[in-house]
Design a protein around this ligand. Structure first.
Ligand code: TA6
Length: 298
């Protein structure tokens, strides 16, 4: 695969990591970014003139078949552990499989656009018996937008869960506030299975936090006071949102996360899971969109 066929004027470089993973690096007027073709995984994005939009663990694995800790993992067709299938991997089948790089448009000035696709294979059908095609487009400029189409290419309806699972860097998790989820109901993974209602003005962090909010399409605002910055997240075609920070003990149990890194990131995820799982008829396509932009608070 040579990169010339994938881009114009801006810089676009495909290279193979010692692990055998293939990475696409792009740079242009928009800034710079890096994708791993395994998982169509945006691992780094620096909008021009801004800091990194995404967090990447300095202890992340970079190995075929292993998830990357940071960036934006892409999760399909189940979220978290697969109900009734303890042998199945966490977070579905596609974040550790190679996607096809369909297009990388990297102009000298203006936004870059990168398109990936993946289809079901005999192997995925053996694990999850439904034919599918996923197309994932990233538009990178002063902000980032992601457009994700899930198509049912089979003859039977299927029910799927999905998530964009972005990791965002924060200066200090203790001062972080996530706004927009007041009065929404959520499953608290650190507590019992019953749905709770969030009555607080914002989500704050004083312990392990792992909440799946349901029936919400709300735009969210992530205020990083210590970093004097704000992240704005909007979404369409997603009825669930997850807020996650492992805190101290869980971070220590993750080999691909340094023990001190729990203080420096938050996951705010665009999801369809549990009662928001999607039933897709044969031949139909479901579209999820998400957009992320940063503001400096001075
Ligand atoms: O999205 C939150 C979550 O489901 C947490 O429960 C935690 O498991 C996190 O995802 C990370 O999952 P991973 O499989 O990437 O370690």
């Amino acid at each position: 695969m040579n990169s010339d066929s994938y881009s114009n004027s801006g810089k676009s470089n495909l290279h193979t990591h010692p692990s055998g993973l293939t990475f696409l690096e792009i740079e242009g007027g928009f800034g710079s970014a890096e994708f791993c073709l395994q998982g169509a995984h945006l691992t780094r994005f620096h909008p021009r003139g801004q800091g990194a939009l995404l967090f990447l663990s300095r202890q992340s694995f970079f190995e075929k078949g292993k998830a990357i800790r940071g960036g934006i993992p892409v999760i399909f067709p189940w979220f978290g552990p697969r109900e009734g299938h303890p042998e199945s991997p966490m977070h579905g089948l596609v974040r550790t499989r190679d996607w096809k790089l369909e297009e990388a448009t990297v102009p000298e000035s203006g936004d870059a656009s990168v398109l990936f696709s993946i289809q079901s294979t005999p192997e995925t059908l053996g694990a999850w018996p439904f034919p599918f095609e996923l197309k994932l487009r990233f538009n990178l400029g002063a902000s980032l937008s992601v457009l994700w189409d899930v198509k049912n290419t089979g003859t039977e309806p299927f029910v799927f869960e999905q998530a964009l699972h972005p990791y965002f860097p924060v200066a200090d998790i203790h001062q972080l506030q996530v706004h927009g989820l007041k009065n929404s109901r959520y499953h608290d993974k650190t507590a019992g299975p019953e749905l709770q209602t969030d009555t607080e003005d914002h989500v704050g962090f004083t312990r392990e936090t792992d909440r799946l909010y349901v029936d919400t399409e709300a735009a969210l605002r992530v205020d990083d006071a210590a970093g004097a910055k704000r992240l704005l997240i909007t979404k369409k075609g997603s009825r669930s949102s997850v807020v996650w920070n492992p805190w101290i003990a869980k971070a220590a149990a993750l080999a691909d996360l340094a023990d001190d890194e729990w203080q420096g990131f938050v996951c705010v995820e665009q999801v369809n899971a549990k009662q928001n799982a999607i039933t897709l008829a044969p031949g139909r396509t479901h579209r999820m969109e998400a957009a992320f932009s940063m503001e400096t608070l001075r």
